[in-house]
Ligand binder design. Sequence first.
Ligand code: BGP
Length: 491
Amino acid sequence: MYYKENPKFPKNFMWGASSAAWQVEGGVAEGGRTPAMIDLNSKKKAPYADDSICADHYHRYKEDVALMAECGFGSYRFSIAWSRIIPCSDGKVNPEGVAFYNDLINELLKNNITPIVTLYHYDLPVWVYEELGGWKSRKTVDAFEHYARTCFENFGDRVKYWLSINEQNMQIVYGHWLGTSAGCTDWEREQWDINHIMNLCHAKAVVACHEMVEGGKIGPVPGYVPIYPKTCNPLDQIAAMNAEELTEKIWNDTYVYGEYNGFIKKYWEIHDIHPDIRPEDVVLMKSAKIDFIAVNCYRSNVGCDAKPGTERKEYELNKFGIKGQLQFPNYPGEFAMDYNPYVEYTDWDWEIDPVAIRYALRYLWDHYRLPMMITENGYGANEEKDADGNVHDQARVDFLRDQIYQVGLAIEDGCDVISYNPWSFTDILSTGNGIKKRYGLVYIDTTDEELVNCTDVSKLSMKRIKKDSFEWYSKLIKSNGNDWGKDMGVN
Ligand code: BGP
């Protein structure tokens, strides 16, 4: 179906928004939480703020949940900070950490908001890195299993939707940017060992969830960026397929089929890479049957032929929000990427491409036939208050409207989609651009400068200001996707 005026969303469709502990909570040294590697990584992103305060959700979660309820939320996707629950290598459970998430979960349920909980969103505890060897060590699999089981035991009576690992593919593909490569001297090789350890952690969590959580469902959270061929040159098509394999498909195949696909096995053989995959790992991975796929989708990419012998160029993200600073990769003999002349770009050179999300849902449904939920999608922008003290974010309204419309079309195409949770509810810390790159439906009245210079968080206003997108989204979701607003204009 190409076009439908008003696509229908299923009854009981869950509308909400999404966050991650290290990007929303703050309170990093409170309630018994110990440092995470991402705290250290976030300090490397100066002049932007680190994750010490973020949106101060740790202290203001009740106010935030009240706003979610006012907006009409049916779901909220957030993550648990591993080092709040298990702060040290002795494995002891931190009651204060458990109490914080119990309070948050209970507050959500009181407001009829279904919690969708990520176990791991980039925040490896420092003790796991220093004392166990981090992602390179098999000891981390046991530690992760203990952490996951602790979460299921303490929250599984009320939380039924669980997510294992956020964007494992991006943690490998952008290992330096996200800090996954800490301590590695030969990333080209070591990334595959780390990836395997992550796969084992994911599998352990899936098995434990099914064993411990009555009615519990669990899935992975791939970051999905559809890759279109630049032209109908068959070589561009193959390049796009190579890019698809090496940035996302090999992960999705592994989650769904419980084994590495032929493409990656051959890739390892050609590059003389030998991850330590043991017979018992193969059994574990096969036994971990996921219930759904959670999809993070913001943009698309264009793949094109990269001739052997041409100069290798790495993918360089746009780090400062000034258009034109992104560098696309050229991997000779594999693939290159390029700008897409058919779409607009954000200030960070991310493609504004609503059709990408329909493509993602169609692709994943066609390949894997599993229910899907959108756990991230959104518009990151430089934003300030207007003279009237409000934030008129028409660009975000346009972005969300066009994207949600395409989700609706994917549902009309026959895809099984159960929930939509854009990134993010309030403004929160971005992975590399502090609070300057804003995604929220709710503005947080602060700046990176204020956060960097703050010595006492209780003195900050951190006022929550509902943006225009909040009001627009509220109407849409309260009507279960019927009231698009007067400016409905579809692509
Ligand atoms: C996803 C991550 C999130 C989030 C988002 C936006 O890949 O799961 O943690 O930050 O991207 O990215 P950024 O903050 O870099 O704009």
